[in-house]
Ligand binder design. Structure first.
Ligand SMILES: *Cc1c(COP(=O)(O)O)cnc(C)c1O
Length: 454
C-alpha cells in the first residue's frame, strides 16, 4: 500500500461552486455580434434559444457561481470522479515524470459531457421549459443530454448527423432508451433540412446542418422547448470546472502539484474544465503550471487558424463570435475523433491562447491511436479517440522529461471511454488509418469567406 495509485474524494468534496474564468481574464471577451445587424447581441436576442439563467451565466463576471443542490445531488451518481497515477505507463515509457489522469469516463454517459447536460436541463426545467433540442455527431453529447432530460422528466429531440445515425446504431439506441427522439439529419421535419435535401437527397449530413435543424425547432416551438449546446459556450466551459476543482484536491492528496495540465480540445470544454481552475492558481497564487491543449493536426483551429469574427455553424445562422477559426466553410477531413472536428474553439480558450496563457500541440491521428494503445495496455482503459489526443500530449511531455532528465509532474484529462468507438480502433489496428495534414491552400481559401465586420 506504500505506492497508492488512486486518490478518491468523499461525496462531500463535490464542488459547491463553478469557477467562472471570465472574472480573471486579462481583458473582457470580445462582444458576440448579431448575424444580421452585426451589433452586440443582448439577452433578448438569445431568449428564444436559452433559459435566462444560462444567458446570465454566459455573460457573468462573478468569479464563483453556486451549483444548485439538485444538480449536486445528480452529480453524486458519478462525482467525484477518480484521479489515478499512471505508474504502469510511467514504467512502460521509462520516464522520470509522474503522470496522473482524471477519469471522466465513469459518468453514466461515458464522458465529461453529463456535467453540463445536467446543469442545462436543470435550469431549463426551473424556467418551465419541458423539452430540449440539440444536435449530435459522434453521439457523446446526444447521449448525455438524453440522460439529463430523463433525470428531469423532459423531452429530448436529437438531430443526429445521418452518417453517424447509420454507422452508430447503438448510440442511437442508448439515446432512445432514455426516451429521446432521434432524427437523422438532414431531415424533412425542418425548413433547413428540407432545403438541404432538395439540393442533395442523399446528403450524409454534417454537424452544421444538424445545428440548423435543432435551432429551428427550438426557435419555432413558441417557447415549448429550447436549444442546448454541448461545448464552446462560456457557461458550458464553466460547468466543466468541477473537473479541475476536484483534481486540485486530489493532487493535494497525492502530495504533488502538476507542472503540466493536458487536455484534448474540440470546442474546448473538457480542457477548460481541467485547466481553468489551475489557471486561477497561476493568476492568483503564483503557480506556473503549463496549460497544454491538444488539437488534431487535421483540424488545427488554434495553431493554424486566424483570430477573427466567424459564424458558429456552417450555414451562417448563429451569432458572430471572435474565435480562432479555420472558416465556417471548413470541411471536416476524414478523422476518427468526431468530437474534435470543429472549425472554431470556445472564446475563452481563444482569448487565453491569444494572451499566451496556454500552450498547444497539434498531433496527427496515428500518434494519438498509438498513444491510446500504449495507455490501454498499461492502464487498462480504452480511451475515446478524442481523449487519445490528451494521452498523446501527456506522453510527449513524459518523453521530453526523460530527455531532459527532469521529474515533471503531468496531469491529463481522460475525458471519455471509447467503448462505442471500437470501429475506429478496428480501422487503426487493420492498418486502414493514416495521417492527414490540413492543406494550407484550403485554409487560405476558407479565410476569404470570413464575414466582414466593421
Ligand atoms: C465532445 C467530446 C470532446 C470534444 O469536446 P470539448 O468541448 O473540446 O471537450 C472530447 N472528448 C470527448 C470524449 C467528447 O465527448
Amino acid at each position: 500500500m506504500s505506492d497508492p495509485i488512486r486518490f478518491d474524494l468523499p461525496q462531500s468534496a463535490i464542488p459547491t461552486q463553478w469557477y467562472n474564468a471570465q472574472a480573471d481574464l486579462p481583458r473582457p471577451l470580445p462582444p458576440v455580434l448579431h448575424p444580421g445587424t452585426r451589433q452586440p447581441v443582448g439577452p433578448d436576442d438569445l431568449a428564444p434559444l436559452l433559459p435566462m439563467a444560462l444567458i446570465l451565466q454566459e455573460v457573468s463576471q462573478d468569479r464563483w457561481i453556486e451549483i444548485p443542490e439538485e444538480v449536486r445531488e445528480i452529480y453524486k451518481l458519478w462525482r467525484p470522479t477518480p484521479l489515478l497515477r499512471a505508474r504502469r505507463l510511467e514504467k512502460a515509457l521509462d520516464t522520470p515524470a509522474r503522470i496522473y489522469y482524471k477519469y471522466e469516463g465513469v459518468s453514466p454517459s461515458g464522458s465529461h459531457k453529463l456535467n453540463t447536460a445536467t446543469a442545462q436541463a436543470y435550469y431549463n426545467k426551473q424556467e418551465g421549459i419541458n423539452g430540449l433540442t440539440t444536435e449530435t455527431g459522434a453521439g457523446q453529447w446526444g447521449t448525455a443530454l438524453a440522460q439529463a432530460c430523463s433525470f428531469f422528466d423532459m423531452e429530448c429531440i436529437v438531430y443526429m448527423v445521418r452518417i453517424s445515425y447509420e454507422q452508430k446504431p447503438y448510440r442511437r439506441a442508448i439515446m432512445q432508451s432514455f426516451g429521446a427522439s432521434v432524427t437523422p439529419s438532414p431531415s424533412d421535419t425542418t425548413n433547413a433540412g428540407r432545403s438541404i435535401l432538395e439540393g442533395d437527397p442523399d446528403s450524409a449530413g454534417s454537424l452544421g446542418i444538424a445545428i440548423s435543424e435543432a435551432v429551428e425547432v427550438a426557435a419555432t416551438s413558441g417557447g415549448a422547448c429550447k436549444y442546448s449546446l454541448g461545448s464552446v459556450l462560456n457557461h458550458v466551459l464553466m460547468h466543466q470546472t468541477v473537473i479541475g476543482q476536484e483534481a486540485l484536491q486530489q493532487m493535494e492528496l497525492a502530495g504533488d502539484y502538476p507542472d503540466v495540465v493536458v487536455g484534448p480540445t474540440g470546442g474546448g470544454s473538457n480542457f477548460a474544465g481541467i485547466a481553468l481552475p489551475f489557471l486561477h492558481q497561476n493568476l492568483t497564487a503564483g503557480k506556473e503550471t503549463k496549460l497544454l491543449g491538444v488539437e488534431p493536426a487535421a483540424c488545427p483551429s488554434l495553431t493554424r487558424g486566424k483570430y477573427a469574427y466567424d459564424f458558429g455553424d456552417t450555414v451562417g445562422m448563429t451569432p458572430l463570435v471572435k474565435i480562432y477559426t479555420l472558416g465556417h466553410g471548413f470541411v471536416p477531413p476524414p478523422l476518427h475523433a468526431g468530437g474534435l472536428r470543429y472549425h472554431g474553439m470556445a472564446s475563452i480558450i481563444c482569448e487565453l491562447w491569444d494572451q499566451k496563457l496556454l500552450s498547444m500541440y497539434a498531433i496527427p491521428q496515428m500518434e494519438t491511436f498509438s498513444a491510446a494503445i500504449a495507455f490501454a495496455k498499461a492502464e487498462g482503459i480504452i480511451a475515446a479517440p478524442e481523449a487519445a489526443h490528451g494521452i498523446a500530449g501527456a506522453i510527449r511531455e513524459a518523453l521530453a522529461a526523460k530527455e531532459a532528465g527532469d521529474e515533471r509532474v503531468i496531469l491529463f484529462n481522460l475525458c471519455g471511454h471509447g467503448h462505442f468507438d471500437m470501429s475506429a480502433y478496428d480501422a487503426y489496428l487493420g492498418g486502414e488509418l493514416s495521417n492527414y495534414e490540413y492543406p494550407q491552400e484550403a485554409i487560405d481559401q476558407a479565410m476569404q469567406a470570413l464575414p466582414q465586420v466593421g
